[in-house]
Design a protein around this ligand. Structure first.
Ligand SMILES: *Cc1c(COP(=O)(O)O)cnc(C)c1O
Length: 457
């Protein structure tokens, strides 16, 4: 292995006759706001494998940012999309009835635990097209209650790019620069990570009982509790670095919310739809939320999002209070229904849990002899590897080298957080494929440690 070759800041495979001109046209036609980190130019995919336009084959440990839950081109999903597209592709469900929406809403009622709901019919569902729209809907629903305007969010959180969602996001400075907050007020507090190593523990993160902190400092000194609409939280932080919270965090948040009539909104946009081995990652915490937001994995790549809430909570909305022209598009609903079917029929919840345990175990063992790695954490097929320099600082460049070298070896991965590599393959990934990907990651980490670790430190 050599140093990763770069061209105009992009890392490229040796053969790139088709990729390069396309990347050039992309640079000349698309917004510069996208953050591409390497020159993968998609041609086609099947299951957990993809091919670029120059014929290289890749194992997919990114799943289009945890979106392709059933992998690329799952025959059942393709069939459902095709069948619905042949009937009709749009109806405008804000004004007309759409059977596909009803079917998907009923499925979500069945599989989504909601605080205070005893049966599926106690819940209601609202559809949007993207993650950020789900968050907007949840925020608007929570703030619909009279005199409850404040939102409490967490440092490291990512909730989307539209103004409301962005106002609660506190993941990267660049996402917020030049965009002022929405009026009404958002208060950020630390997210209590469960660090695997003392070395990763920074004083600013080790906040102990954050729910108690919110009670003692935020609610007693800054925001009147009866004016707080909601606490918006990821069950496992995604973009923030695949951070699993302390075990007592969610139970304490739940009782804090109960004491003050604050709604607990969980952002399951990345962690939901089976990724962590349950339908929803919040189920791992033993706590039920008041509003669940889902998007990424729901449609296997078709744009669709939803929020699920108790009928008494969503029942506050009157006709016209919120809507979306494209939300719950029938083809997207068909894709989502097929996705949920595939997850059930192929036993992907148990599969994700088992593969995740295997992967976390294997990488934790590997970490013992690899000083660049400081934390292997996650649940199911949502696994993060965090890297630190020898003097204990986030090793962002080192992490980027690992991502680049993995790409050169035919493995597509993504970064997250300050210095974490995320592993979020399609839920259908086979054991042998998963193992092959981990082989590459381990080989690349060893190589990068030899090449760069001392230099980085
Ligand atoms: C991706 C993501 C969002 C935003 O979803 P978009 O579809 O990009 O708007 C919100 N929350 C979390 C946790 C996410 O991972």
């Amino acid at each position: 292995m050599t140093n990763a070759p770069r061209e105009q800041g992009f890392i490229l495979r040796d053969k790139h006759d088709n990729a390069r001109p396309l990347m050039q046209r992309d640079a000349n036609s698309l917004s510069p706001s996208y953050t591409r980190s390497y020159g993968f130019v998609m041609d086609h995919g099947k299951g957990s494998t993809m091919w670029d336009v120059d014929g290289h084959e890749y194992l997919d440990f990114a799943a289009g940012i945890a979106v392709l839950s059933t992998g690329h081109a799952h025959p059942k999903v393709i069939e459902a999309i095709t069948k619905q597209a042949q009937k009709y592709v749009h109806i405008g469900a804000t004004d007309f009835y759409c059977p596909m929406q009803v079917e998907l809403a009923e499925r979500l009622q069945q599989i989504t635990p909601i605080n205070g709901a005893d049966s599926p019919s106690d819940k209601r569902v609202y559809f949007g097209n993207s993650g950020t729209e789900a968050i907007e809907a949840a925020l608007k629903l929570a703030r619909y209650r009279e005199n409850r305007n404040y939102i409490i969010g967490f440092y490291g959180s990512f909730h989307g790019r539209s103004y409301g969602a962005l106002s609660v996001t506190a993941s990267k400075y660049v996402q917020r620069a030049n965009y002022p907050y929405i009026p009404g007020g958002v208060e950020h507090v630390p997210y209590p990570g469960k660090w695997g190593s003392e070395r990763a523990k920074d004083d600013s993160y080790d906040w102990g009982d954050v729910a108690q902190y919110i009670e003692d400092f935020v609610l007693k000194r800054k925001l009147p509790a009866k004016e707080v609409a909601a606490i918006l939280v990821e069950p496992i932080q995604g973009e923030g670095g695949y951070v699993v919270p302390r075990d007592d965090f969610f139970p304490n948040l739940r009782s804090l919310c109960d004491r003050h009539g604050i709604l607990l909104i969980v952002d399951e946009i990345q962690s939901g739809v089976g990724r962590t081995g349950n339908w929803w990652a919040v189920e791992n915490t033993g706590v039920k939320a008041d509003i669940v937001c889902t998007a990424k994995g729901l449609g296997s790549g078709f744009p669709i999002s939803a929020i699920i809430a108790h009928k008494d909570v969503m029942g506050q909305w009157i006709p016209g209070a919120h809507a979306s022209t494209f939300g719950g598009n029938p083809v997207a609903c068909a894709a989502a229904l097929a996705t949920l079917d595939v997850i059930e029929e192929e036993g992907l919840l148990a599969h994700a849990a088992a593969l995740g345990n295997y992967g976390i175990g294997r990488l934790s063992e590997f970490m013992k002899s690899h000083p660049s790695m400081v934390r292997v954490d996650g649940r199911g097929l949502m696994i993060g590897i965090e890297f630190l320099t020898a003097d204990g600082k986030p090793a962002a460049k080192f992490r980027d080298e690992v991502v680049d070298h993995a790409f050169l070896h035919g493995l597509v991965t993504l970064a997250c957080g300050a210095s974490t590599l995320r592993i979020c393959p399609p839920l259908v990934i086979r054991h042998d494929e998963f193992e092959r990907g981990l082989d590459i990651i381990e080989r690349v980490i060893s190589h990068c440690e030899e090449m760069y670790y001392d230099v980085q430190a």
